[in-house]
Design a protein around this ligand. Structure first.
Ligand SMILES: C[S@@+](CC[C@H](N)C(=O)[O-])C[C@H]1O[C@@H](n2cnc3c(N)ncnc32)[C@H](O)[C@@H]1O
Length: 248
């Protein structure tokens, strides 16, 4: 399947179901049952900083940074409906951001060597070309700028829970695109990438990794008694991962 077809299918999904995802995957949460930005403090002080979010969705993470006094906010997303929601949400909160409608893989006029932070919360994994996307992100950042992103952990895609045991039902090495069952009638297309694929793409784009986080939150880890299969799983593996990398 071509990248163009994948984009068309996924754009249709996000345009149709944008309202169902309003504020669902946004800072301070990096992902479900995962340690938060409030615990990790990966961004630190963002006052004076220029930030760009890749796959900004409904704009809730942009608002999080606006609340923390960020100097300038930009968001990129390929769904016009997500950007419409983000624009309305930010305006209702008396904030503004420059919002760009484009696939993250394409040239779209974002300034180069400009941003202190580029970040992405549960959106990077949608790219059809990880190396090219990381190269673009490196170009947007100033020298010494920081790239932070979270995404679904590949082990979470491979493993299912059966009573108290985790079972591999899909190969960790399998990076082929598949149809992801999503809430609603439409389906979206995704692939699961190995952790080494992310590390090597970061390295190739000129980043040095400062931190990688794979940590279920303490509330989930401390759940006691009869717990759901989901919680049992989250106690044994991280649902998400976060990278903090710096442009050399
Ligand atoms: C889970 S949402 C992220 C939500 C966001 N973190 C927030 O704070 O609301 C993922 C977003 O990635 C966008 N997306 C998916 N594939 C993309 C691509 N190839 N290029 C740009 N955006 C993409 C979708 O339109 C969707 O808005």
């Amino acid at each position: 399947m071509s990248d163009k077809t994948i984009h068309e299918i996924n754009r249709t999904y996000w345009n149709t179901y944008a309202d169902d995802w309003f504020g669902v995957t946004a800072l301070p949460q990096y992902g479900p049952s995962f340690v938060t930005e409030e615990e990790l403090n990966l961004f630190g002080d963002v006052r004076e900083a220029k930030l760009l979010e890749i796959g900004c969705g409904s704009g809730h993470s942009l608002k999080y940074h606006a609340d923390n006094g960020a100097a300038e906010l930009w968001g990129l997303d390929m769904s016009s409906k997500q950007l419409e929601n983000a624009n309305n949400y930010l305006r209702e909160n008396n904030y503004a951001a420059k919002l760009i409608c484009s696939p993250m893989e394409e040239e779209c006029g974002i300034p180069k060597n400009y941003f202190d932070f580029v970040y992405s919360i549960y959106a990077i994994g949608w790219t059809t070309d990880l190396e090219n996307t990381f190269m673009k992100i490196a170009a947007y950042l100033k020298k010494g700028g920081v790239f932070i992103f979270s995404w679904k952990h590949p082990l979470n895609n491979c493993v299912t829970i059966d009573e108290d045991k985790l079972l591999f039902e899909k190969s960790y090495f399998d990076e082929a695109w598949f149809t992801q069952p999503m809430p609603g009638e439409n389906k979206a297309l995704l692939c699961s990438r190995k952790i080494s694929t992310y590390i090597n793409a970061l390295s190739k784009a000129g980043f040095i990794i400062e931190e990688m986080v794979e940590q279920t939150d303490s509330k989930t880890l401390n759940e006691a008694g009869e717990v759901s299969d989901r919680i049992k799983k989250a106690k044994m593996l991280p649902f998400s991962f976060v990278f903090k990398a710096r442009k050399l």
